[in-house]
Write a protein that binds this ligand. Sequence first.
Ligand code: HGY
Ligand code: MN
Ligand code: MN
Length: 413
Amino acid sequence: MDLINETRLWSTINDLAAITIEDQPWTRRSFTAKYNEGREWLMKQMRESGLEVEVDEGSNVIGRLIGTEPNLPSIVIGSHTDTVPNGGRFDGIAGVLAGLEIVRALKENNIPVKHTIEVVDFTAEEPSEYGLSTVGSRAWSGNLTEEMLSYTNSEGQSLGDAISYAGGKPNDIKNCEKDKGSIALYLELHIEQGPVLLRKNANLGVVTGIVGIQRYKISVDGLPNHSGTTPMDMRNDALTAASEMTLALESVANGKFDQPVVGTVGVFNNFPNASNVVPGRVEFIVEIRSISEEAIDAVADEFLSKVYVIASKRDVKVETENVSRSGAIVISDKIKQLLIESCSSITDKVIQLPSGAGHDANQMSLLAPVGMVFIPCKDGRSHCPEEWAEKEDLYLGAKALLNAVLAFSKQEQ
Ligand code: HGY
Ligand code: MN
Ligand code: MN
């Protein structure tokens, strides 16, 4: 019997996508009015589906389908509905809405499940304006510190205030920290955000591991000066120094390590950013990713040592701040096997692959066994308006996750 309603699932994708900033499709940045509007829509869907709805202290939105044995630890199906600027309609969103469709299918077909199922929209999975990502799942794992709550955006507002704006209670953030053992399994459906499934002509991917991500904020202070009257040999140009540091990251990350490594500078702010002023200050964000923690550390050490050499050579000041670190994770054989069987029962085009993207599953792995299923995305692209997934693939992914929930709940006491 086909439990997942493919048409309904697809229509929720389009309904949520419509809640975006008009001139910036598709954008629903965390801690904005649009984000709150999207979550109001989601909570309405959850209520209409008969779920218990809660916004916790970390401002996570949770829809609960109570199990027949409510004392058992819950099964969590989560992801996120916030986007990067000019992002897509599927990154994170597919996982939350697949979770909603799964509980809808169980409820309307009166299929009893021992475990309570929690569908969660984790707050601010994407790097927020406060410099931190996976904010909501950090609140669950206990990795959202007082210091992080004091991180500020460019207007000087704190992350704690932003969490209040999103419906949370930052002063009681500890109350939403989960005890180990309180969650039996965490599952997340996600677009691959890369080209591997397409290249291998696969419908579904069982994730074998998820990269760790190390992020630094680098601040370079030179000497702002008149661009016309300051000779080239008398400059302390913050931007050219920061540019040399950026190229140093690229060359270090291109080195040989035990696992693939990527290094990126995606945020680069120049001050005062005027065409006739020698740049006085540059703030940029560095991120280093790999499945191998050792490789991340090796790249970080080599990059930071180059930063100080470049700063002294160019006579500028530099400050490096370790903004965040999420650990790399390996999916257990038991959960991998559960997902391989769940996927293979609906298609023979199933592969296994690591995730180069970070997810809430990184934080959730500190609390429970985690598993992820990938569906293909057009041209392997994500974090752009062209991000696209096919209706049929989304349906297969949701069906596979439903199979996994039913199989897991049956086998677990
Ligand atoms: O950045 C990431 O890897 C994820 O898409 N937030
Ligand atoms: Mn993303
Ligand atoms: Mn995502």
